[in-house]
Design a protein around this ligand. Structure first.
Ligand code: ATP
Length: 280
């Protein structure tokens, strides 16, 4: 079943139309990457999905249900969790308190014990947070804060995770950790919409991807096919065309080497992919 199905979405801020007819789908157990330059509309689309910005035209279906007019709170209850750009954790609360807030809309159904159980399940994936549960969130490093933002979203036990620029401002090692985590979450059956400027990494792990320009989808396809697409390489991967074509990048790095490099950075992610593929 399609987890998310968006068709003909148009919206913006006041007079300014930003999204101009977006069609997109995400299925369970699938990573879908959204790539595009600054200001192309990725965050705006994330806000539309989570209900923070109303749509003016078009439809958003979540598990077949039209959610276009539902409040953000209602969408959270249905299983849509967004990890916003810039993390937006609450610095003056402890790590544990931030996590408990993640399950706020389910607190009555879960009860204190249920929330505590959920918290320890989620934290299994985040040893650094487990060690700092009673520390102030504001004292975490940038990478740990990003982990906390993702862990807080997982406290909802969501069906769809919308990640907006999770690697922004992180060191290469932490970026790699975040991408490993995203691949692990896919293997648990989550549907993931990954909005990223780090196009190389996101295309390397994505099942499918959409390229957005000025609020329109200009290209879509399998993640690896887009990694091989000369236009995408040139515009989004910082790899220029040369007379030998795209496979010989102007930097001297071959495209195959680029992909191999990504696979080695991703390590288990690449393994998870090939394991996935053997099951398809
Ligand atoms: P970035 O990676 O820089 O966040 P993006 O692809 O996520 O880029 P958006 O944040 O969706 O892009 O912005 C798309 C356009 O909408 C930009 O031109 C931006 O200036 C404009 N915009 C974003 N938020 C608002 C707002 N609250 N009011 C008015 N215009 C906005």
């Amino acid at each position: 079943m399609k987890m998310l199905e968006i068709s003909g979405i148009e919206t913006g801020y006041g007079e300014a139309m930003i999204l101009r007819g977006i069609d997109l789908t995400v299925e369970a157990g699938e990573i879908v990457a959204l790539i595009g330059a600054n200001g192309s509309g990725k965050t705006t689309l994330a806000k539309v999905i989570s209900g923070l910005l109303p749509v003016q035209r078009g439809r958003i279906l979540f598990r077949g249900e039209d959610i276009g007019r539902l409040s953000a709170r209602h969408r959270v209850r249905l299983g849509i969790a967004q990890v916003p750009e810039g993390r937006q954790i609450i610095a003056g609360l402890t790590v544990r308190e931030n996590l408990r807030l993640g399950a706020y809309t389910q607190r009555q159904a879960l009860g204190d014990q249920g929330v505590a159980t959920r918290l320890s399940q989620v934290c299994r994936q985040f040893p650094a947070l487990l060690e700092r549960l009673d520390g102030m969130a504001g004292n975490l490093s940038g990478g740990q804060q990003q982990m906390l933002a993702i862990a807080r979203a997982l406290m909802l036990a969501p069906r769809l995770l919308v990640l907006d620029e999770p690697s922004l401002g992180l060191s290469p090692m932490l970026v790699s950790e975040i991408f490993h985590l995203i691949v692990r979450l896919r293997s648990e059956g989550l549907a993931i919409l990954l909005s990223e400027q780090n196009a190389k990494m996101s295309l390397a792990i994505a099942d499918r991807a959409y390229v957005i320009e000025s609020g329109r989808v200009v290209l879509q396809g399998r993640g690896r096919d887009l990694l091989d697409n000369p236009e995408v390489c040139e515009r989004y991967l910082g790899v220029g065309k040369s007379s030998q074509g795209i496979r010989e990048a102007s930097s001297g790095e071959s495209h195959a080497a680029l992909v191999r490099g990504l696979a080695s950075i991703l390590g288990t992610a690449a393994k998870a992919r090939s394991a996935d593929e053997t099951h398809r």
